[in-house]
Design a protein around this ligand. Structure first.
Ligand code: ZN
Length: 428
């Protein structure tokens, strides 16, 4: 008999290790009695079961399927709803602890703690778009998310900066040594705090990043900069356009190459909301994981004063336009990926993602659109949809169990009962 080489090789391995034949049912799990949305365009499947093996999705079955597998470990979900794990397409991991951004905050423990916090809120993946400490890379590469009950993480490394085109190659290759998943630039002037990055420089950066087979996310504020980034090949608009209404030209530029936007509405909110004690300081869903010391600090008059002034006014005034622009892009068929910019001080990871989704719904997106934005679209937009974003065969079994139907109202996601990463229950 003639075996193709790989099969012959596997057969030999099986002789040596014996275990191949009996595909032990140890890692075969069945989550039964659920209403499951797999993240695709299919509607929810009632009276269904999710079958997983070795942390990955095998299938979704009808409970009455005559071929329902036996001998697997079973977990009864008691009629709850199951959705794919939520993905924050624009967060930041490990850069602050509470309000502290000093070197003391940069530890491996802090990175893990933040990823566990995200997971507790059902955010099973965070794409961290820049300024992470090296510890975040150590965690990404060395810690198993399912074992630690923490969100999966993708990283952009240092936000790229160059004073001239001559510096671009070295700047990009320096960051590339960390093996980031994305790269990131800021092109705005930080409301007059720094010089704007010229199109000549960002164009060179985009080309250089592409030469490393990576994609580039751009922090923008203005319509003009968003267009410039897209005309020069940028791959993600990482914040809302906040100076002018988006127009047909921008929409066409985005649709042409299927470029996504992460609106980060809660980022705008975080710049001014602490000038007074915000209402969500009384929200039990927030207080469940909030650090009382940070809440106390944020209510001190001298800290509240930080959230007033020009920048606060600018972003407070820009928020309605950011929302309007998000809706215009969404209605035009541009993919909106849920992203919050959470992670810097007072942008509360996990909770802000739920607040972002609520703001998206309040702005006029349907609950179904928001769910898609926070799962499949977020995965597709960030190039991680081969393994994440839907509960389809072969992908990681990252999912959230909720009591109330999130398709009726996105805030029903607050009724989380359990979160699973790689089919393993997260201890919240
Ligand atoms: Zn950001």
């Amino acid at each position: 008999m003639h075996f193709p080489k790989p099969i012959l090789f596997l057969t030999l391995i099986c002789f040596v290790f014996i275990s191949c034949g009996d595909e032990s049912h140890e890692d075969l799990m069945i989550f039964t009695n659920a209403t499951i949305w797999n993240g695709s365009d299919q509607s929810m499947q009632e009276n269904a079961a999710l079958v997983t093996r070795d942390g990955r999705v095998v299938s979704i079955l009808d409970m009455n399927d005559p071929d329902f597998p036996e001998g697997a470990q079973t977990q009864d979900l008691n009629g709850a709803f199951v959705i794919p794990g939520l993905i924050n397409a624009h967060g930041h991991i490990g850069m602050a602890r509470g309000l502290d951004t000093s070197a003391q905050a940069h530890t491996t423990d802090n990175v893990i703690r933040q990823l566990r916090l995200s997971a507790a809120y059902g955010i099973t993946t965070v794409v961290s778009l820049g300024d992470e400490p090296p510890h975040a890379f150590l965690v990404r590469d060395g810690v198993n998310p399912a074992e630690r009950g923490m969100a999966r993480v993708f990283l952009a490394g240092d936000v790229l900066y160059a004073d001239s085109v001559d510096e671009v190659v070295e700047e990009v290759s320096r960051n590339h040594e960390f093996r980031p998943d994305w790269m990131k630039i800021r092109v705005d002037d930080g409301l007059g705090q720094r010089e704007k990055m010229s199109p000549e420089i960002y164009s060179a950066i985009i080309d250089e990043v592409h030469s490393h087979n990576l994609q580039l996310a751009a922090h923008i504020v203005t319509l003009e900069d968003a267009k410039g980034i897209l005309q020069n090949g940028g791959d993600l608009i990482a914040h809302s356009v906040r100076d002018e209404p988006v127009d047909r030209e921008l929409i066409d530029l985005m649709l042409d190459r299927d470029i996504c936007i992460t609106p980060t509405l809660t980022r705008e909110l975080s710049v001014f909301v602490y000038a007074e004690r915000p209402g969500f300081f009384d929200d039990p869903f927030f207080l469940e994981y909030a650090d009382p010391e940070v809440l106390e600090q944020l209510q001190r008059p001298e800290v509240q004063a930080v959230f007033t002034g020009n920048a606060a006014d600018y972003f407070r005034n820009a928020l309605p336009l950011a929302i309007e622009n998000m809706i215009a892009l969404n209605n035009a068929g541009v993919r909106v990926a849920m992203g919050t910019d959470s992670g810097p001080p007072a942008r509360f990871q996990g909770y802000f993602e739920h607040m972002e989704m609520q703001m998206m719904q309040d702005a006029g997106m349907s609950a179904a659109e928001v769910l898609r934005s926070a799962t499949r679209y977020a995965a597709e937009c960030m190039g991680i949809d081969d393994e994440l974003g839907t509960l389809e065969e072969g992908k990681w079994a990252d999912f959230v169990v909720v009591e109330e139907n999130p398709f009726e109202d996105i805030t029903n996601l607050r009724s989380i009962t359990d979160v699973y990463i790689g089919a393993k229950r997260v201890v919240r």
